[in-house]
Design a protein around this ligand. Structure first.
Ligand code: DER
Length: 242
């Protein structure tokens, strides 16, 4: 599939160009469909006798249940952030990347642990297909709103605050659809509200306002965090933003 080629191309190049096999040891692994190829690439290094002795020493930190499975399925060592509070490098996807490397994340409802890991890492590299690249402001491109993780009893209060205090156009509790009756429940046993703000003039300020709301665990706006983004195209070419 062309989109899979795009994701693979971005992920492989990002790992090849940024992973310092000889000096990195604590590796953060994100969530979603693009980061699958990051784990795949690490698995290939593990099988290569030139790198096996180093990569087999990696401790990989997950950003959720899916991420943990990726680590284990790739034969990599799994560790926990409680034991490795400083991470050397993390590779993760994104839902939208603006020209200033500001991100919307949370399409996969994993934004809390993703934020914990990405802000605990010395280097955070984004891997995505080129459809995630916003030509202008954050929110101009990704049309599914900003994912916000909330403690379940507070979801009505947070939804109202989003609509009344920070001018969200919509604020919708994310439902499980056919996968699960009722709201989706995150890896941290919380709910997700998707809030549409349209184009976001000042992501950092909006993020702070949302974070201060009672009941909000984390918001899927990542600013001053990503160091570089790799955007893959179906033909295998990759554009880099840094
Ligand atoms: O939830 C997230 O932020 C994930 O990183 C996810 O949204 C990335 O999307 P992908 O499946 O297109 O890589």
């Amino acid at each position: 599939l062309p989109i899979e080629n795009a994701k693979r191309a971005a992920a492989y190049l990002a790992v090849d160009e940024n992973l310092d096999i000889f000096h990195h040891r604590i590796i953060g692994v994100g969530s979603g469909s693009t980061v699958i190829y990051v784990a795949e690439r690490l698995g290939q290094y593990l099988k290569d006798e030139k790198f096996r002795d180093y990569v087999s020493q990696f401790i990989c930190i997950a950003t959720g249940f899916q991420s943990k499975q990726l680590i284990m399925d790739s034969g990599l060592q799994y560790g926990i952030i409680e034991q490795h509070p400083v991470i050397d490098i993390v590779f993760d996807g994104a839902d939208e990347v603006d020209p200033n490397l500001q991100l919307i994340k949370g399409g996969g409802a994993c934004l809390f642990q993703e934020k914990l890991i990405s802000t605990s890492a010395k280097t955070f590299i984004v891997v995505a297909d080129s459809s995630k690249r916003a030509p202008s402001k954050l929110g101009s491109h990704w049309r599914k709103g900003v994912p916000i993780e909330v403690v379940p009893p507070a979801y009505v209060r947070v939804r109202n605050d989003l609509l009344t205090k920070v001018n969200a156009k919509t604020a919708v509790l994310r439902e499980g659809g056919k996968a699960k009756a009722g709201p989706i429940v995150t890896d941290n046993s919380n709910f997700i509200i998707d809030a549409d703000f349209g184009e976001i003039e000042d992501p950092k300020t909006l993020y702070k306002e949302i974070k201060l709301m009672v009941g909000v665990v984390e918001a899927g706006i990542f600013v001053d965090n990503a160091a570089k983004a790799y955007f893959g195209n179906a033909d295998g070419s990759v554009e880099i933003l840094d």
